[in-house]
Structures are given as structure tokens and as C-alpha cells.
Design a protein around this ligand. Structure first.
Ligand code: ATP
Ligand code: MG
Ligand code: MG
Ligand code: MG
Length: 532
């Protein structure tokens, strides 16, 4: 029996209503009272104060389908999107919650009933695996969870133990925490990463995590001691896109009805009909193109929901993450050959797919679409400028050896010494704009396109690295790819460390410098037919 994503969402909520849970609407993607959080990233966020006992509700059981974004901040799945079957920047988290009401036994029994009973999701039990917390020096192995899984009928050989990274959850450095238990689905050998028939635990493409049950059981004090909570609580999260993938019998979240119409629309909007692919309704055959379409579909959802919830593209904080998402989507459109605005049309497709569950999209769609169009137009100008700068930089690198040579050979008393020196510094600035300005004359990497300079273009304008490599090669210059990767990792670490609330610290430093690094008055070579 086929179930649409919308039906699955509804079935989940109905199931838990039948177990006396209150249906609660999703909260905004912008966390209401939590400046430490970039975006809402789990169903429990809106209940944080209820779990802490700081807020009372007239119910002790709740169920929701929560809008989540995991891009930027502590949970960052942005780079995974397009390349794994199970990650999105925006997704919906189905969750059931107990505020000091039921605990482990019922949470496990409910989850198992929903997933496997014939009246509900009827998933083949043979394909499910569960994990429990293996224990550490402070908390023993979760023997209770193990017993409850056995009781509902999971055979011992399909229960695995995992460490704290996956199976111990904490709200923060202090406060509620406890072990988790996760449920995984075996997508089968065809989904495997390596093609080899490996057991559970060795292939996270094949064995897909679908549901995480958190048992809030302890209170952690600032000295690290754990005290059992008098009324333990339950927090669970299951990705709607992942459970839809399982129930619709497909191999990837992107092959569910939640994504197919969006991918189709992305294809219509970006691909030009060719003799091999005259029917624009279908994704392109090659994997690179298909990944681009998945990225566009995903990022259109994220951008639409973020803007609807009040985020505006900006150079820092939440708005900066939104801008990154939008520009990444636009760039992939360009990779497919579309240089005109198209993302603003994707917004309408997202509205049409999601308006039943999120009626607020209808009232916001016009405005959201306008914001996206403005961003697309602005980005087109940025790209134009980036291309000019890239060309000028490549040109400078080519001339660097002769400029240096001239400067080195000219006696300081010679009339053209000043001119040679000035020429050197102009070149040096262009190439080494992101390097410490006190660095001595560049000697070692003559003729190479520095990785840091490439990273500057990547961060500031979103120029893809492959594109720059090609452009450099055309100019007879090699790009220092290793240095680029290093700069990228350093920036990721900086970004991770810098989000501690507020909005000032998250912007990429080079992004904020943008206005200061503008160059004027040069004529550039335009790379014809270049795609960014
Ligand atoms: P994974 O290990 O696959 O990255 P996770 O352990 O980070 O998932 P949790 O934090 O446990 O995920 O979130 C609860 C559930 O939300 C997951 O079991 C999964 O179904 C879903 N989920 C998490 N991240 C994503 C994502 N980026 N896209 C879609 N669904 C997600
Ligand atoms: Mg994750
Ligand atoms: Mg996980
Ligand atoms: Mg998990």
C-alpha cells in the first residue's frame, strides 16, 4: 500500500494522538528564546523549558512534525547534501515527547508498534536494527533498553551497542541528559557504499538511521556528576524523509514523493532540451547533474522555509547561512547551464508541495519569491565581478616572475625602480590578499595559483574550485589544491567555534572584508561561455 509523505506525517501524528499525545504544531526555524542555537534542529527545541521544568503545559505527552535546518552551527549537514541519500539541510523531524510521564518501556513499545504493526507502517522486522548505549565510566550499559527491545521481539543479534558519540545525548554542558537508542533500516546490498556485503555498523549508506529515542534520565551538574531525574522524560526524532524512503520502497530520500516533483521542476527550470534528453521532465542521466538537481531541490526547501520564518540573506549570522544555501543552489543551476534567475520559481513549487502541512507558506510565498529573485540578481552581478577579478589575478600570477625579476634587477637609484616596485605590490596584493600582509616577497610558489587565494574566491563569491582549477589551467597555471583544502578546513573549524550565540561572530571573516577588497579600474579578460 502506497503512502505519500503527507500521509506518513499524518499517520505518525494520529498514532501518537491515539496514545494520548497532544498534537503540537511545528515551531519556527528561528528559535524563539534560545540565542545559543542557530536554527531549530530538533523537535525537542520548542519543549526545552518544559523538559527543564521551567514551563508548565496542560499536557504531559506531545507529538509534532518539526521543521529543522542543519546547516551551519553545531549540526552542519550542508556539505553532505546531494551526495548522501539521507541528508538534507531542511527536513521534518517527527517526534513524540513525554514530560515526566511515560519512559523507556513505553517509548520503545510505541516506536516498535508504529514501525512494524500491520495496522500502521508494517515494515519488515528483518530489516530493522537497533542500538543501545554501551556504557562508560559514569553511566552503565543501558540494560533496561536492551531488555525492552528483546521484549518487543527484536532478536539479540540485531541489537548493537554504540558509544557516547551516537548514543548519549545531553542538552548542554549541564542539565538533562541520558542514553539513546536508535533504529536503523537495512536498505540492502544495492545501497552499499562499497558493493561488499558488510554487517551492520560498517556501512552507513546501507544501514540508514531512521529514529532516535532519547531517554532523559539524569541531570548533569557543573562538576560533571550525574543525578537521576525524579521524573525521567522522553524525546524522540525520526526524519520524515527517511521513513518515507523506507515506506515507499525506494533507495534514497530524494526518490520519495517529497522530492520527485521538486527535482522535476528543477530540471524544467535549469536544463536545456537536448537530442538525448528531449523530455525535460526527467533528471539528467549523469551523476553530477543529478546531484545538482538534488541540491537545488533541497536548498529551495531550506531557503523557502527560512525566509518564510523571517530570515533575510545577509553577510553574517543566520542570514549568512541562508545566503550560502541560496548561492550554492544558484551555482548548481549554473553548472546545469541556467544563468538566469530560477530559484524564485522553485519557491512556488515548494509552496505547492508543502502548503497542506504548512499553510503559513501560502501567505508568505510571494514575498519569499521576491527575496530570492533579488538575491539571484545580486549574485549574478557578484559572479560577473568575481570572473573579472579571477581573470585579473590569473594575469597577475602569470606576470609575477617577470615583475619580480624587473624589481630585483633594477638598482634602487634607477628611474623605473619605483614603478617596478609599485607593479610588484599590485601583483602581490592581488595574489596574496588573504595572506598575512607582512609576508616577505613571494618566492616559493611562483607560477602557482595560491590555495588561499582560491579559497578567498570560493568563500567570497562562491566560485567552485573545479571551475577555478579549469580557469587556471587555461592560463597555464597550476592551482595549489592542497592549500585550498587546508584553508577550507580551517574556516570550517573557525565557523564551528564561533557560533556561541549572538550574530556577530559567525560571518566568514573574508566575507565581511568584501567592501574593502574591491579593485577598480582594470579591464578584464572575460572567459567566454564560462559557467560558475
Ligand atoms: P545521521 O547520523 O544520519 O547524521 P543524526 O544521528 O545526526 O543522523 P539525530 O540528531 O539523531 O540524527 O536526529 C534524529 C533523526 O532525524 C535521525 O534519526 C534522522 O532520521 C533525522 N535526521 C537527522 N539529520 C538529518 C538530515 N540532515 N536530513 C534528514 N534527516 C535527518
Ligand atoms: Mg548527523
Ligand atoms: Mg546518527
Ligand atoms: Mg542519531
Amino acid at each position: 500500500e502506497y503512502r505519500s509523505g503527507s500521509q506518513i506525517r499524518e499517520d505518525f501524528l494520529r498514532f501518537f494522538e491515539g496514545k494520548a499525545h497532544r498534537r503540537v504544531h511545528s515551531s519556527s526555524l528561528v528559535p524563539a528564546n534560545d540565542p545559543t542555537l542557530l536554527f531549530t534542529n530538533a523537535g525537542m527545541n520548542q519543549f526545552k523549558d518544559v523538559f527543564l521544568g521551567a514551563e508548565k503545559r496542560d499536557y504531559s505527552r506531545a507529538a509534532s512534525s518539526q521543521k529543522c535546518v542543519r546547516a551551519g552551527g553545531k549540526h552542519n549537514d550542508l556539505e553532505n547534501v546531494g551526495f548522501t541519500r539521507r541528508h538534507h539541510t531542511f527536513f521534518e523531524m517527527l517526534g513524540n515527547f513525554s514530560f515526566g510521564d511515560y519512559f523507556k518501556k513505553d517509548a520503545i513499545a510505541y516506536a516498535w508498534e508504529l514501525l512494524t504493526s500491520a495496522a500502521w507502517f508494517a515494515i519488515d522486522k528483518e530489516k530493522l536494527y537497533v542500538t543501545i548505549f554501551e556504557g562508560d565510566e559514569k553511566v552503565p550499559r543501558d540494560e533496561e533498553a536492551y531488555q525492552f527491545w528483546l521484549e518487543v521481539g527484536v532478536p539479540a543479534e540485531r541489537i548493537f551497542e554504540l558509544g557516547a558519540k551516537d548514543n548519549f545525548w545531553a542538552m548542554g554542558d549541564t542539565g538533562p541528559c541520558g542514553p539513546c537508542s536508535e533504529i536503523y533500516y537495512d536498505l540492502g546490498l544495492a545501497a552499499s557504499e562499497s558493493g561488499a556485503d558488510v554487517p551492520f555498523g560498517e556501512d552507513d549508506q546501507r544501514y540508514m538511521e531512521i529514529w532516535n529515542l532519547v531517554f532523559m534520565q539524569f541531570e548533569r551538574a557543573s562538576d560533571g556528576t550525574l543525578t537521576p531525574l525524579p521524573k525521567p522524560s522522553i524525546d524522540t526524532g525520526m526524519g520524515l524523509e527517511r521513513v518515507s524512503c523506507v515506506l515507499q520502497g525506494v533507495m534514497s530520500n530524494y526518490d520519495t514523493d517529497l522530492f520527485i516533483p521538486l527535482i522535476k521542476r528543477a530540471a524544467e527550470l535549469t536544463l536545456k532540451p537536448t537530442s538525448e534528453n528531449p523530455d525535460m521532465g526527467h533528471p539528467v542521466g549523469d551523476e553530477k547533474g543529478a546531484a545538482s538537481l538534488r541540491i537545488i531541490a533541497d536548498h529551495a526547501r531550506a531557503a523557502t522555509f527560512l525566509i518564510a520564518d523571517g530570515v533575510q540573506p545577509a553577510n553574517e549570522g543566520r542570514g549568512y547561512v541562508l545566503r550560502k544555501i541560496l548561492r550554492r543552489g544558484i551555482r548548481h543551476g549554473r553548472l546545469l547551464g541556467q544563468e538566469q534567475p530560477f530559484m524564485f520559481e522553485m519557491v512556488k513549487a515548494v509552496r505547492d508541495e508543502m502548503k497542506v502541512a504548512y499553510p503559513e507558506l501560502v501567505e508568505h510565498a510571494e514575498r519569499v519569491s521576491k527575496v530570492v529573485l533579488a538575491e539571484e540578481e545580486q549574485f549574478a552581478r557578484v559572479i560577473e565581478k568575481a570572473m573579472n577579478e579571477l581573470d585579473r589575478t590569473l594575469d597577475a600570477i602569470k606576470q609575477l616572475p617577470s615583475v619580480l625579476d624587473r624589481w630585483n634587477k633594477t638598482p634602487e637609484s634607477a628611474p623605473d625602480y619605483k614603478e617596478a616596485e609599485a607593479a610588484f605590490w599590485v601583483t602581490f596584493e592581488l595574489v596574496h590578499r588573504t595572506v598575512n600582509k607582512n609576508e616577505a616577497r613571494p618566492k616559493s610558489r611562483h607560477g602557482m595559483f595560491p590555495g588561499r587565494t582560491a579559497f578567498f574566491f570560493f568563500e567570497t563569491y562562491g566560485l567552485p574550485i573545479d571551475f577555478m582549477e579549469d580557469a587556471a589551467r587555461d592560463a597555464g597555471i597550476e592551482l595549489d589544491r592542497a592549500e585550498f583544502e587546508k584553508a577550507k578546513i580551517e574556516e570550517q573549524e573557525r565557523a564551528r567555534a564561533s557560533w556561541k550565540g549572538g550574530s556577530q561572530k559567525t560571518a566568514s571573516p573574508v566575507y565581511r572584508e568584501l567592501a574593502k577588497t574591491e579593485f577598480e579600474g582594470y579591464s578584464a579578460l572575460r572567459v567566454d561561455g564560462a559557467r560558475v
